[in-house]
Design a protein around this ligand. Structure first.
Ligand SMILES: C[S@@+](CC[C@H](N)C(=O)[O-])C[C@H]1O[C@@H](n2cnc3c(N)ncnc32)[C@H](O)[C@@H]1O
Length: 203
């Protein structure tokens, strides 16, 4: 079951899948016209009024999102976390992060400060327990901090994600995008698999 669209397998399988993909990840995503990092930053730019001082980028990958983010917020201190060691080696080399944690976003990170923004771009697919993820993110965020994430529409429907969002008591929903193409130049995804970008604000 090694398919980005249908599923890669358990957490260990996902880790080795991304380890094996690491060296060509950026090139492939560029080829597939992956725009979620840039689109997510544009949403932050539009809705966030004060410049964030600290961001925690969950499932940070090689840093495609943080690369775009730093163009808008060059002074923000960026920490990242990912389960793939090989992917983290690359983000380390990119030099954009202060701390990099080899950690699943489903496990608690021992943070040294609270964050103004937490991001999870292109990785909600791998979340097994949304409630517990939202609880962790709420713990990482300072009051009035933002959580920005993407989620695939097919999986959104399958997990009745609307009702998960409605039940959140720690967050206000600030923005939910219309369905957007995810990987338009990947033939498996093309225009069939869409995502939404969601911005929540911690109460
Ligand atoms: C499609 S990539 C997105 C990476 C980056 N956010 C970006 O936009 O380029 C998915 C990333 O999620 C990571 N990942 C998958 N499951 C994870 C988990 N449970 N905890 C942390 N990272 C995970 C993978 O290793 C991979 O780097």
């Amino acid at each position: 079951m090694k398919s980005l669209r249908k599923g890669i397998g358990n957490r260990k399988d996902v880790e080795s899948y991304y380890d094996n993909w690491a060296s060509s990840y950026d090139k492939t995503l560029y080829k597939w016209n992956y725009k979620a990092p840039l689109q997510s930053v544009n949403i932050l730019k539009k809705y966030i009024k004060t410049k964030p001082k600290f961001i925690l980028d969950l499932a940070c990958g090689t840093g495609l999102f943080i690369h775009e983010f730093l163009k808008v917020y060059p002074d923000c201190i960026c920490d990242g976390a990912d389960i793939s060691g090989k992917i983290l080696d690359l983000s380390k080399r990119n030099g954009k992060y202060r701390y990099l944690y080899k950690k699943s976003f489903e496990n608690k990170i021992k943070i040294t400060n609270k964050y103004n923004v937490v991001s999870l771009i292109g990785a909600m697919t791998y979340c097994n327990n949304h409630q517990s993820l939202f609880k962790l993110v709420s713990y990482y965020l300072s009051k009035n901090g933002y959580f920005i994430f993407t989620h695939r529409l097919d999986l959104w429907r399958k997990s009745k994600f609307d009702s998960i969002l409605e039940k959140l008591i720690d967050f206000d929903s600030i923005y939910i995008s219309r369905p957007l193409n995810y990987l338009p130049k990947n033939e498996d995804f093309a225009s069939e698999i869409k995502i939404r970008i969601v911005l929540l604000k911690k109460k």
